[in-house]
Write a protein that binds this ligand. Structure first.
Ligand code: ZN
Ligand code: ZN
Length: 265
């Protein structure tokens, strides 16, 4: 019944989300081992062998580690744009040619009854994307690994029922932390990652009457604390007159376990 969504694990160490309907089972990224992804899917009563596709946002290791193994083990198609394919081909191992599927940014396509729209995001990878998913009037959007948001991205994810948005780091923790200067620059740069404050400010612009659920994702282990990310975003929402738990529900993803399971519609 309706759309289902669950973050299997999320953070700088590895990312994967499940999105499905009665008929369709999709994985977005597979950033830990194939075994770890299988185990997480079992926890939400899903079976890796039934996956209809693995969508790849970009070629960084924390998004692709298990993709090749899962594709080979269960004969699952992998979907990515051309630039991402080129950048990840040597890392994920040999994929059967009929399982190498190409999508184009801003051109929607279907996997069974789920309509998928990939959109470009600013991040230091070959051609990174976020995704919007549509089924029976419901919309779920994923936007992680982006250095900043802009009006194009805001408009694309507008009117989602659920958004999974990156809240990667606390700016003070990053700047005062032990990372080398070049890495601090990369992460906080316009093609790096969204800070907690960035996420809160972006969310204000993404809010519509439809939006009920927000999931904060891709937290840094070194430069963030879940409670801090949560409080920072909630604080920004409240400063703008939006009440968590009433107007929308903000929830966390976890680096080492599945999130809540959402039925949308
Ligand atoms: Zn990345
Ligand atoms: Zn990442």
């Amino acid at each position: 019944m309706g759309f289902r969504f669950c973050s299997l694990f999320s953070g700088s160490s590895g990312n994967s989300s499940y999105i499905g309907t009665d008929k369709t089972h999709i994985l977005v990224d597979a950033g830990l081992t194939g075994k770890a992804v299988e185990k997480s899917l079992k926890e939400i009563d899903q079976d890796a062998s039934l996956l209809d596709g693995i969508l790849i946002t970009h070629e960084h290791d924390d998004h692709i580690r298990g993709a090749g193994v899962l594709s080979r083990r269960y004969d699952i198609p992998i979907y990515a744009n051309e630039e991402t394919w080129k950048a990840m081909e040597s890392k994920i191992g040999k994929i059967r040619s009929n399982n190498m599927r190409i999508f184009y940014n801003d051109m929607d396509f279907y996997i069974k009854d789920v309509n998928i729209q990939p959109f470009g995001i600013p991040h230091d990878a070959a051609n990174p994307v976020g995704f919007c998913f549509f089924n029976k009037g419901k919309k779920i959007s994923i936007a992680t690994d982006l250095g900043h948001t802009n009006s194009r991205i805001i408009n694309t994810v507008m009117d989602s029922d659920l958004i999974m948005l990156e809240a990667n780091h606390d700016e003070d923790m990053l700047m005062g932390g032990s990372y080398p200067q070049y890495l601090k620059k990369r992460i906080s740069g316009s093609k790096g990652h969204l800070s907690n404050t960035d996420a809160g400010s972006a969310l204000i612009k993404m809010i519509s009457n439809k939006l009920t659920h927000v999931l904060l994702a891709h937290l840094s282990l070194q430069n963030n604390i879940p409670q801090l990310a949560y409080q920072t975003v909630i604080g920004i929402l409240e400063d703008n007159g939006i009440k968590n738990g009433k107007d929308i529900a903000v929830d966390m993803t976890h680096r080492d376990r599945v999130s809540n399971f959402y039925h949308i519609g």
